[in-house]
Design a protein around this ligand. Structure first.
Ligand SMILES: Nc1ncnc2c1ncn2[C@@H]1O[C@H](COP(=O)(O)OP(=O)(O)O)[C@@H](O)[C@H]1O
Ligand SMILES: CC(=O)OP(=O)(O)O
Ligand SMILES: [Mg+2]
Length: 403
C-alpha cells in the first residue's frame, strides 16, 4: 500500500510517499520559504540523489501542485500515475476538542477543520488546500487527518485552562490545545528508543523549533503541558508570530492603531516574531547572515528567541519536577548548532553539559549532544511527522485504531 503524506506547515510543505508494506520511502521532499524571497522545491530522486529547484512559490496551493507534478514527472518522479497512490494522510493543525485521534476525512470532519480556521489562520486553510487538491486530482482515494492537537489532549485542566470567566470555556471552548503534537509524540518516543530507556517513566522536554515553535513537557509518555495555546501563536517567539505577550498590550495597540480583530490577528501572526524584530526575515538562515554582517536588530531577534526557549525549559523542568532528557527538533532545532549551544550553556544549573565538538558537527541527524557526564541527556532527533502520519493513515484505512 502506497501512502502519500502531505505536511503543510506555515512556511513549508513537506511530503513523503511511503510503501507501508515494506516500509520503503519512495519519494520525499518539500517546498520551503513559501511566500518569501528564495522559495524552492527540494526532493530526492529515485536514484537517491537530491535536487533543488528554485522558483517563485507564492502560496501553499502552488507548492502542493509542484509536489504532485514532481511525483509523476517522467524524469524526477517515482510513479507513473496517481492511481499508484492508495491513501493520503494530511497533517491538520487544529482539531479543537473534537479529535484526540486521527480520523478518516469525510464531510463532517471537513466542517470541523473549517470551524477552526479562526484559531489557526496560518494552518487550517492550507491543510484544507491539500485536502482539496487531493480530492480534485485523486477522487475516491481515502484521506486521513492527523491532528497536531491530538497528543496534547492528555494535559490536565490546570495546564489547559485560561483564568478567564469559566463560561468563556463552556461557551466557546476557549482553552489551551497545543500544537506540533505529532512531532512531539514522535521525538519523545524515538529519543527513548535511541537511548534505550523506557518511554513510560521519563521526564522529557521536547523543543520543536521551526518556523513555528513549541516546547512540551512529556511525563511518563504523556504531554502534560505545552507552550502553544488556543492558537499556535502563544509561547515561544517564532518566525512571524509574537508568542507570549501581555494581553493588555494587545487591547492597547488596538486602541492606538485603530485595528480591528483581523488586523490585530495579522499583526501578531504574520508581522511579529523574528521578522517583526529584525525587520529582515522570518528565516533563521537569513538572520544568521545578517548577524554576520553586524546587523543589531537581527542579533536582538536571535537573543530574544533564545531567551524564551531557556525560560520555557526552566518552567517545564519545574512542572516535571526535574528533567531526564531534552530533545531539539524542527528546522531550527535540528540545524542551528549555535542556538543549541547558547540554550544549553544556560542550563548548567541543571547539570546540563554540552559536548561542543559533537554539537558543532551535528546537523539534521540523531545525536546525543550532551557530554558523557551531563546530568541531563540532550539529544537532537530530526522529526518525522510524515512517518507518524503514514502509520496512522495505514491503520485507519485498514480499519484499525491508530496508536
Ligand atoms: N540549515 C539551517 N540552518 C538554520 N536554520 C535552518 C536551517 N534549515 C532550516 N532552518 C530554519 O528552520 C525554519 C523552518 O523550520 P521547519 O520546521 O521546516 O518549518 P515549519 O514550521 O514551516 O514546518 C526556517 O525558517 C529556518 O529558520
Ligand atoms: C502549529 C505550527 O506552528 O506549525 P508550523 O511550525 O508548521 O508552522
Ligand atoms: Mg513544521
Amino acid at each position: 500500500m502506497n501512502i502519500l503524506v502531505l505536511n503543510c506547515g506555515s512556511s513549508s510543505v513537506k511530503y513523503k510517499l511511503i510503501n507501508v508494506d515494506d516500509k520503503k520511502t519512495l519519494a520525499e521532499g518539500g517546498v520551503e520559504k513559501i511566500g518569501i524571497p528564495g522559495s524552492f522545491l527540494k526532493f530526492r530522486l529515485p536514484d537517491g540523489s537530491k535536487k533543488v529547484i528554485e522558483e517563485v512559490i507564492p502560496d501553499h496551493r502552488k507548492a502542493i501542485m509542484d509536489i504532485l507534478n514532481i511525483l509523476t514527472d517522467p524524469t524526477y518522479g517515482c510513479i507513473s500515475s496517481f492511481k499508484e497512490i492508495d491513501a493520503v494522510g494530511h497533517r491538520v493543525v487544529h482539531g479543537g476538542e473534537k479529535f484526540n485521534k486521527s480520523v478518516l476525512i469525510n464531510d463532517e470532519v471537513i466542517e470541523k477543520i473549517k470551524e477552526c480556521y479562526d484559531v489557526a489562520p496560518l494552518h487550517n486553510p492550507v491543510n484544507m488546500a491539500g485536502i482539496d487538491a487531493i480530492t480534485e486530482l485523486m477522487p475516491g482515494v481515502p484521506q486521513v487527518a492527523v491532528f497536531d492537537t491530538a497528543f496534547h489532549q492528555t494535559m490536565p485542566a490546570e495546564a489547559y485552562m485560561y483564568a478567564l470567566p469559566y463560561e468563556i470555556y463552556t461557551k466557546y471552548s476557549v482553552r489551551r490545545f497545543g500544537f506540533h503534537g505529532t512531532s512531539h509524540r514522535y521525538v519523545a518516543r524515538r529519543v527513548c528508543d535511541f537511548l534505550g530507556v523506557p518511554y513510560e517513566n521519563q521526564r522529557i522536554i521536547t523543543c520543536h523549533i521551526g518556523n513555528g515553535g513549541s516546547i512540551t513537557a512529556v511525563k511518563d509518555g504523556k504531554s502534560i503541558d505545552t507552550s502553544m495555546g488556543l492558537t499556535p501563536v502563544e509561547g515561544l517567539m517564532m518566525g512571524t508570530r509574537v508568542g507570549d505577550v501581555d494581553p493588555g498590550a494587545l487591547t492597547f495597540i488596538m486602541d492606538k492603531e485603530h485595528l480591528d480583530t483581523k488586523q490585530l490577528s495579522n499583526l501578531i501572526n504574520k508581522k511579529s516574531g523574528v521578522l517583526g524584530i529584525s525587520g529582515i526575515s522570518s528565516d533563521m538562515r537569513d538572520i544568521d547572515a545578517a548577524i554576520a554582517e553586524g546587523n543589531e536588530r537581527a542579533k536582538l531577534a536571535l537573543d530574544m528567541y533564545i531567551y524564551r526557549i531557556i525560560k520555557y525549559i526552566g518552567a517545564y523542568t519545574a512542572v516535571l519536577n526535574g528533567v531526564d532528557i531534552i530533545v531539539f527538533t524542527g528546522g531550527v532545532g535540528e540545524n542551528q548548532q549555535p542556538l543549541r549551544k547558547a540554550v544549553c550553556e544556560h542550563l548548567s544549573y541543571l547539570g546540563v553539559k554540552i559536548d561542543d565538538a559533537v554539537n558543532a558537527s551535528s546537523r539534521g541527524e540523531e545525536k546525543v549532544i550532551s557530554a558523557a557526564d551531563s546530568k541531563v541527556k540532550v539529544v537532537v532527533i530530526p522529526t518525522d511527522e510524515e512517518l507518524m502520519i503514514a502509520r496512522d493513515t495505514e491503520a485507519i484505512v485498514n480499519g484499525r485504531q491508530p496508536e
